[in-house]
Design a protein around this ligand. Structure first.
Ligand code: NAD
Ligand code: 89Y
Length: 340
């Protein structure tokens, strides 16, 4: 049995705790939060007796194999450093770090211990997105030459996550990061990126609209666009819509989880709606399912002795795209992410 300690019992961690509850061979044995009310609520709901208000006390007490860090980004570096000291495997929420320098240090720290480090980059694990990845990799549309990953919504994310309205950076770091990771899962690493950003909502501090163009090393051009300022009748939150054109056909993941594979003279449609897990709630159920799947992936990787898809080292590439997109938007020029 793999024993898990989770740090940060806030808005999103509840999903992670439900997922651990349902994963065979894993057990959530301890939780930690600086906020006593949140700690008590999570402890009661999930029946966890070992509760800590201080991460240092949790690490000192030990008795777990994996730490699942579900705090916001400001605490990640310090907590990963403590995890390295304790010699445990680590899962850390996105955005992984405040800067690329910090992210690189965190990867180095855990690699030195020989333990696994995965960034909780779950959007590529959504079953609808996964189906697109699988069809593309199976060669169903030949060689891809164009892609678009799009997420446009007017959903009020600020009520559940008030900190999103307060940061100098918002949508690329919070949400675009997932879409950039999907673009990498589909088309591989990126040689050049350019971006524009804009704040539409005057009540927030960062940008709530971003449009990015990527040139992938294999030759695909992709557009990654996201908005939390898009008001329309048919709200699609939190669906990522995907278009891919290939030499033999095209793939479309449209609103309502409708997937179309088209080839000349023929089109095949699939309903790729995610299952509604027993503890999940619409419209978040696609994200919630992906939490279960990525945590299962981590456990499978531990058993097989393999690096997870979104290992810390892999995630340095996604994080570099985030940094490059902000710099590109600020300076009005395209950038090579590996120059950062
Ligand atoms: P939150 O503010 O609701 O919860 C964070 C919790 O961590 C708080 O209860 C806080 O008291 C606690 N905390 C902070 N620093 C701590 C420390 N050093 N020791 C102990 N406890 C500490 O935030 P949230 O909305 O749950 O977001 C958490 C992370 O999850 C963020 O990085 C966010 O980007 C990410 N997130 C990911 C997804 C996804 O789909 N992957 C979705 C939403 C949020
Ligand atoms: O924090 C974000 C995430 O990772 O997925 C959706 C979200 O909750 C709001 O943009």
């Amino acid at each position: 049995m793999l024993r898990i300690a989770l740090i940060g019992c806030g808005f999103f961690a509840r999903n992670q705790m439900f997922a651990w509850r349902d994963i065979e061979g894993a057990e959530l044995v301890a939780i930690c939060d600086q906020d006593p009310a949140r700690l008590a609520r999570a402890g009661e709901e999930f029946g966890i007796a070992r509760r800590y208000s201080d991460a240092a006390a949790l690490f000192a007490a030990g008795g777990f194999d994996i730490v699942d860090i579900a705090t916001t980004v400001g605490s990640h570096h310090a907590l990963v450093a403590q995890a390295a000291q304790a010699g445990v495997h680590v899962i850390c929420q996105k955005p992984f770090a405040r800067s690329l320098t910090e992210a690189r240090e965190m990867v180095d720290m855990i690699e030195k211990t020989g333990k696994l480090l995965m960034v909780h980059e779950n959007f590529r694990w959504q079953s609808a997105v996964r189906r697109v990845i699988d069809l593309l990799r199976a060669g169903e549309i030949g060689e891809a030459f164009f892609g678009r990953i799009s997420f446009r919504s007017g959903y009020d994310v600020y009520s559940g996550q008030p900190y999103l309205a307060e940061g100098e950076r918002f949508i690329i770091e919070d949400l675009g990061i997932h879409l950039l990771d999907i673009a990498r899962a589909l088309f591989g690493d990126v040689s050049r990126i350019s971006a524009t950003t804009r704040r539409v909502n005057p009540a927030i501090r960062g940008e709530d609209v971003a449009t990015m163009q990527l040139l992938h090393l294999g030759g695909v051009t992709s557009v990654v666009d996201c908005s939390y300022a898009t008001r329309r009748q048919d709200e699609t939150f939190p669906q990522s819509l995907i278009e891919i054109d290939g030499t033999l056909g095209s793939l479309r993941l449209d609103a309502g989880y409708r997937l179309t594979l088209s080839r000349p003279g023929a089109a095949r449609q699939e309903d790729v709606s995610p299952p509604l897990l027993e503890w999940a709630e619409r419209p978040w159920h696609n994200i919630q399912e992906s939490v279960q799947l990525i945590q299962q992936h981590f456990i499978d990787c531990l058993h097989r002795g393999e690096a997870p898809e979104t290992s810390g080292r892999d995630n340095l590439q996604t994080f570099a795209l985030v940094e490059a997109a902000y710099l590109s938007a600020r300076e009005g020029r395209a950038l090579a992410p590996d120059s950062l």
